[in-house]
Design a protein around this ligand. Structure first.
Ligand SMILES: Nc1ncnc2c1ncn2[C@@H]1O[C@H](COP(=O)(O)OP(=O)(O)O)[C@@H](O)[C@H]1O
Ligand SMILES: [Mg+2]
Length: 269
């Protein structure tokens, strides 16, 4: 089983985009995928075609019983082609915001409600809110791996450093099996000298963690999300190119995790 928390310190870097892109890539390979939407903004829930869900991750966390999230799972409305699996969703809603300030020791709540709700072959992607608060801590405690998303901006380096530090803290305190799935750089624009510089800076600081390929800014990304269609099934400009990159990224993450698992315990970098 692989459970990957997708996180970053700020909004708009592409956590939801990477979650959806990898979910589509894995489904296209015939893998069973569960997307856990842990952001009260519920962008992933909407992009996966779920409107006004009757039972959400917020309800599951409030209930807190082991495995209770199974009751909230919904199939996404993404079109299913031959050989493509349907993506399952644990939807979010606004009220999830109020679950972020629960009692100390509550960081294992998500792990508990997700207990055995999927088969061992399922790829679970947890789309985190844009902070390292209680909800993201819950995701890191429930996950086997953490994928850090950043844009190639001035804040990328400090943001990535803080995220890696957050992983270390959770790993040494509560979840020893947590590993880094890597750092994804998203929203890269060709011909931006500033971005080339930031990218080089990131590569130098995290030579082993930075994943290839980096993801380019493509107009088809917001367009497909707004239409509730996976980028893999979108016909707009650049959709095929970024779909290929998501597929390559999935392979890169898979190899990293396989390599990490076969190594003796060690650090992230
Ligand atoms: N590679 C990309 N190309 C074009 N637009 C993108 C790309 N990545 C993200 N976006 C857009 O930027 C906005 C923020 O991305 P999102 O994935 O929602 O970020 P986050 O979940 O980190 O807040 C969304 O409208 C999304 O469609
Ligand atoms: Mg998001």
């Amino acid at each position: 089983m692989t459970r990957i928390a997708v996180l970053s310190l700020k909004g708009g870097t592409g956590k939801t985009t990477v979650t959806l892109g990898l979910a589509g890539a894995a489904a296209a390979r015939g893998r069973t995928v569960l997307v856990v939407d842990l952001d009260p903004q519920a962008n992933a829930t909407a992009a996966l075609g779920i409107d006004d869900p009757p039972f959400t991750v917020s309800d599951a966390l409030a209930d807190g019983r082991r495995g209770i999230a199974a009751d909230a799972l919904m199939p996404s409305t993404w079109p299913v082609a031959a050989g493509v699996h349907r993506v399952l969703v644990l939807p979010s809603e606004r009220s999830l915001e109020h679950r972020s300030s629960t009692a100390p020791g509550s960081s294992a709540r998500l792990s508990r409600v997700l207990h055995k709700i999927t088969g061992s072959e399922t790829l679970t992607l947890i789309d985190c809110p844009p902070t390292l608060g209680e909800l993201t801590r819950n995701a890191l405690v429930a996950a086997d791996a953490a994928l850090i998303v950043t844009d190639p901006s001035y804040f990328a380096l400090t943001g990535a450093a803080q995220a890696v530090e957050a992983l270390d803290i959770v790993r040494t305190s509560t979840n020893p099996r947590l590993v880094a799935a890597g750092i994804v750089v998203n929203r890269v624009r060709a011909r931006s000298a500033e971005q080339v510089f930031r990218l080089a800076e990131l590569r130098e600081a995290y030579p082993d963690l930075l994943l290839d390929p980096v993801l380019t800014e493509r107009v088809s990304v917001p367009a497909s999300q707004g239409a509730g269609v996976p980028i893999q099934a979108w016909a707009g400009a650049g959709a095929r190119e970024i779909s290929r990159d998501f597929d390559l990224l999935l392979s890169a993450i898979d190899s990293r995790l396989t390599a990490t698992r076969t190594q003796p315990a060690g650090g992230f970098a």
